[in-house]
Design a protein around this ligand. Structure first.
Ligand SMILES: [Fe+2]
Ligand SMILES: [Fe+2]
Length: 195
């Protein structure tokens, strides 16, 4: 079912479609987090991803409850947005050779995922209230709160150390590169072939 296709006529249909969208997204995130845990070399970041994997499983259970309250079978609908965010994250992670820079890249990618989830849950919470489904709105709000907290935690890890370490490594590399260039130049001037 595509966005705004003839299958979506009412706000209830739109709510269900968006619920299926985030259900697909959460399941895709659950499958990709183990890979991010494996790639993270900062211990706090690794633990943060592990905690979020556990939390994600709890969020999927909450969504199961939402489906149940709506008397619907839990199922996902393909979400090209989360597929794109996760595919791009995998591509970037594969291209980063330095471990410290990779930690910064992983945080950037994870925050793109969190922001996607925040926008979906924010919309679903508003629509649930609009439709008078307050018990559903509470379950959605619980997921939204966790995503916002995760986003904040990732910002904190990035700002406190990961970004600084990544920058320090880049600065050191640049300095080493400059020293190597200067050495080559001095050798060339002295007529010594550079190795
Ligand atoms: Fe989530
Ligand atoms: Fe999340």
């Amino acid at each position: 079912m595509g966005w705004f296709s003839a299958d979506i006529e009412t706000m209830d249909d739109l709510f269900l479609h968006t619920l299926q969208d985030i259900y697909y997204a959460e399941n895709r995130i659950e499958k990709s987090l183990p890979d991010m845990i494996a790639k993270a070399s900062d211990s706090e970041l690794k633990k943060g991803f592990q905690a979020h994997l556990k939390q994600t499983r709890g969020q999927i259970r909450r969504l199961d409850q939402v489906f149940k309250k709506l008397k619907q079978e839990p199922k996902g609908t393909k979400c090209p947005a989360i597929d794109g965010i996760i595919d791009e994250a995998n591509d970037i992670a594969a291209d980063v050779a330095d471990k410290t820079v990779l930690n910064a890249a992983l945080i950037g990618a994870a925050q793109a995922v969190e922001h996607y989830e925040i926008t979906r849950y924010g919309t679903l919470a508003a629509w649930a209230k609009l439709l008078g489904k307050n018990d559903v709105a509470r379950l959605i709000a619980a997921n939204l709160k966790e995503e916002k907290a995760t986003d904040k935690k990732l910002s904190s890890i990035a700002k406190r150390k990961v970004n600084k370490k990544a920058l320090a490594r880049s600065t050191k590399r640049k300095a080493n590169g400059a020293a190597r260039d200067e050495n080559r130049y001095m050798q060339a001037m002295a007529g010594v072939p550079a190795i």
